[in-house]
Design a protein around this ligand. Sequence first.
Ligand code: NAD
Length: 291
Amino acid sequence: MQIGFIGLGNMGAPMAANLAAAGHSVSGFDPVGDYPDGVTQVVSARLACENAEVVFLMLPNGAIVRSVSEDILPVMIKGAILLDCSTIDVATSEYVYQTARDVGVSALDAPVSGGIKGAADGKLTFMVGGSVEGFAKSQHLFDIMGNKTVHCGKAGAGQAAKLCNNMILGITMSGTCEAFALADKLGLDRQKLYDVVSTSSGYSWSMNAYCPAPGVGPVSPADNDYAPGFAAELMLKDLRLSQQAATLVDADTPMGQAVCELYENFIEKGDGLGKDFSALLPFFADRGRTI
Ligand code: NAD
């Protein structure tokens, strides 16, 4: 297929490379990104899109997705598909869906989970919102870049799934870090806490697969001085989007709100910037009770 790929950063570059390696003709555009092997470099987003049957976006935020989509939609061919894999707000996803539909393009939101390693290994999870027909036509491309794809519902449903998942992740990571900090002060060995919790009702992905305590559980960013991994500022971005969505639909998310404020503090007043999101553990361990 003729594919346009806009946004060749940490995630987009390996995703585009995997599409090209599978035999697709990929034209890419990014003002500063790396052009991976097999991806043809063009000088504008429009040029990458005008002959494309499918266009992927992998961009930093909703404002950029909105402006890029407004730029490319007028030159896209009728019947083409626009797949936005960026993590953005639900309202922008719905806007892109509507404006694409007006020009005969089928737009789907398809944010991902799995991080940079998942992108490189072709093992992302895609959560997709938009038409069933558009999803069916795109499935084989998701299968190249990922190992699981869920059609979540109408436009915006993929972003909704992503925001809900990452709100749970922020809450469970915070709870796991708090528990280790409390265990320290109670004189309980961190390894013993892991041994108990990882097979008890407090277990979670944060504890079992991504343990925030160095030297405990499987290898994680904690064992590499909390180098990301999944950066705290990306977690904050997703938590802010979850709270923006919650405000829009009047949903009660007190834990999501609390953990969002926590990451704001960690990044703006603590030393969280540039660290993995699990570095909340040393942040808690170094301070006393704050409430
Ligand atoms: P990144 O900053 O590495 O890449 C974004 C790229 O977009 C950059 O190379 C930038 O130059 C490019 N860009 C910006 N404006 C552009 C424009 N107008 N036209 C073309 N290109 C433009 O970010 P990333 O880590 O690749 O993340 C991309 C998206 O994926 C984000 O929405 C992020 O939240 C989401 N995401 C990231 C991860 C992760 O672990 N990094 C995991 C899941 C989802």
